[in-house]
Structures are given as C-alpha cells and as structure tokens.
Design a protein around this ligand. Sequence first.
Ligand SMILES: Cc1cc2nc3c(=O)[nH]c(=O)nc-3n(C[C@H](O)[C@H](O)[C@H](O)COP(=O)(O)OP(=O)(O)OC[C@H]3O[C@@H](n4cnc5c(N)ncnc54)[C@H](O)[C@@H]3O)c2cc1C
Length: 409
Amino acid sequence: MSDDIHDIVIVGGGLAAAKAAETVRSDGFDGNVTVITEEPERPYERPPLSKGFLTGDKTVDEVYVHDADFYAQQNIALRVGDAVTELDTASGEVLTRSGDRLPYDRLLLATGATPRRLSLSDRPLDGIVVLRTLADSRRLAERLRAVDHVTVVGAGWIGCEVAAAARTLGAQVTMVDPLDVPLVRVLGAEVGRVFADLHTDHDVDVRMGLGVDQAGGTDTVEQVTLTDGSTIDTQLVVVGIGVTPRVDLAEGARLGVDDGIVVDQTLATHDPRILAAGDAARAWHPSLGRHIRVEHWANALNQGQTAGHNLLGAGESYDRLPYFFSDQYDLGMEYTGHAEDWDRVVFRGAPERREFLAFWLRDGRVIAGMNVNIWDVMDQIQTLIRSGVQVDPSRLANPDIPLEQLAPR
Ligand SMILES: Cc1cc2nc3c(=O)[nH]c(=O)nc-3n(C[C@H](O)[C@H](O)[C@H](O)COP(=O)(O)OP(=O)(O)OC[C@H]3O[C@@H](n4cnc5c(N)ncnc54)[C@H](O)[C@@H]3O)c2cc1C
C-alpha cells in the first residue's frame, strides 16, 4: 500500500461505491475515506426494486448493502443527499453541491446510470414513471396497488420484471415494445420468445412491434396511443427503455468517455489517480479483448471490490465474465458471457417447460450461456466459455453428456 495516499473519495452511493469503501478498509487503509451520494439513503442494491421489494416480499432492511452502523464503525464518512458537482484534477479536489472542496489522493467514480425517459405529452402528466431508485420503487409499489391497468413501455429486463410484479399484484398489464420479441437485443429471438410466452401465459397483453406515441389525460395519465393508432385506457405508464451512464464529471475533467468512463483492466482512467467502476465504467476486458460496459449487479459488486484494492495500488486486473440474473413469476435465470453477435443458439432441456440451458455460439465456440430454472451450472458454463474449445452442437444439446466433458479443465 502506497504511503502517499491519505484521502480517498468515492463518488456515488450504489453497490460499486459501497463495496469499494468496504474493501479499502478491509485491505487495511486507515486514512480518510469519504463516500458522497446524492441519494438520501445509504447504499442499497437495486435488483429487489423491480422484484421482491416491489411486490412486498422484501423489506427495506433487506435491500441495503450494509447495516446502518457500518459506515460509522468503519470510520467511513458517508455524505448522503450531497453530490459532487465538479472534479478538479489540477488541484486534486472535488467540489460538492453543499459548497465543500474535498481533497483526494485517489478517487473512484461509481456514478452509475440514469434511466432514459420518453416525452409522451405536451404537458406534465402524473403517472408516467421510470424505475431506478428506492424512492421510485416505493412510489411504484403504492401505485401498482391502486391501479387497474398499467402500461409497461419497453420489454427489456426492467420492463419484463415490472410486468411480472404488476401481474403478481393483480393489475392488468400491457407491455409494448417496437422490437419484435422481448429481450431480443440481449438474447435473440429464439430465447426472447420464451419470455414472450411467459408473459402471455400470465395474461400480460404483449404488444410487440409497437411504440407508444403519446399519452393523454387531465392531470394523471388516462390513456396511451400506440404507433398503430390504437389506444389503451391505462392509469400508469412505466417506462423501461434503458439507461445512460453518468459521465458528466469525467467529461468535465476531460477523462476519456465513450458510452461510459473509459478505463483499463485495472479500472484506471488515463489519470492513474482516478478509477471508475460499475454501470458508469467502460472497462477493458482482457479475455474478451475489448472495452465493455456492463449494467449488472455482479459487475458493480466485483468491480467495486477490485477498485477498492486498486485505489490502494494493487493493480489487479478485472477479468470476470459478465453475469446477471432475473426472476419473473416462477422463472429464475442466470446468464453469463458476452454475446453481441452469434451464429446460432443451442438449447439443452425443455424451453417449452421453461427448464433449460441455452448457449450462444460463434465459430463453434460457446460465447454465452444461460440457465433457466436449472441451478448450479454456472461454473461449468463459464469453464466452457473460457476454454474457447469448439463444441459439437449435438453434444451440447444432449442433457446426458455432462458439460464438463465438453470443456475439460
Ligand atoms: C430496478 C432495477 C432492477 C435491477 N435488477 C437487476 C437484476 O436482477 N440483475 C442484475 O444483474 N442487475 C440488475 N440491475 C442492475 C444493477 O442494479 C446495476 O447494475 C447496479 O445498481 C449498478 O451499480 P453502480 O454502483 O454501478 O451504480 P448505481 O446503483 O446506479 O449507483 C450510483 C449512485 O451514484 C449516485 N451519483 C451519481 N452521480 C453522482 C454525483 N455526481 N454525486 C453523488 N452521487 C452521485 C447515484 O445517485 C446513485 O445513487 C437492476 C437495476 C435496477 C434499476
């Protein structure tokens, strides 16, 4: 650990920030650690916000990353409800909204991402919402219990999970997306159709190939008009059309930005005192051989830890395969790898019963895999991906052949 580090400042109050703060302390750093988050809460995890917390199965205490007294116990100065407004790399200081200048020797940008919004009406209408924060989820939970019908715009992960939560709470749901199949960008049409069927089977009105053109109502939304001219009576519109990384501080400080704060495999920007992690970071991935930005829980958790080590000079490479999970109704899934383009998808098991593995192949090699309602296979799938071996698709599809046999360690 370097002796010239006295002040560590962590900007952001999500999982990446919380894990980085925890790690610098567990690595033995005894200088000043400040975490600055603009939210009024201590750091929490977002996945329950569209699942158990929304449906009431999880309490708020279950979503926080650490207990309330953790930050005081660890001598971490947690500044909630404040924000960093400027990064002065020349003086090595951050400026806060509350008017302070805080010096840093090492800085982590864990600023996350912000949801994209849609402009659906000329005047502000209540009842058109996005879901990112605990406050959003609290309000949405109340509204979902009060309405008969909700329109979900966007059939990505957030849209699908909100649709499932809304149905679980008894609301009628229409899910609209201009693409042909839910989740098609990540999963492709074959696997995406499993999710279309899942929602149709739970009485969601799945309207693919259509956008929402406009929303009408007096003060609160009362109906939406779709791009084919049809209208839907609705009392709530949840927009889940993706997020944008929060890069304004990095941009202002002329750090490299390209759909995320560009960092190397140690999560360092081109200013070696400044690192970035989580949804905001576009990191060089040594195994994949390119920069990727990953908007998932495990990435925030693990990059947060690596950033913690590296704020203290460890120089650790971040080389984990991307991983994420989702729960919708009685379907639980995990996905690992990184498939942007592929030649074919191979199924093992029974997609129609929603109990299967799926593999994305390029040049005969597995580049991503997913398990749906089948568990404890993640390690084998990751070994298969990392091995880079060419696999015989018929053997890959055959549940009698253990995955280990396809990719010997
Ligand atoms: C509803 C929902 C459900 C999800 N479900 C899943 C799931 O099932 N599986 C999965 O893998 N992933 C899921 N994710 C994604 C996962 O939660 C994110 O990848 C993760 O939260 C990213 O963590 P982060 O710390 O990088 O950023 P964030 O969690 O976005 O935290 C960043 C924080 O920094 C604060 N901030 C930003 N700029 C400043 C500033 N200038 N000053 C001070 N504070 C600032 C923000 O207000 C925010 O609190 C879900 C996300 C959402 C929103």
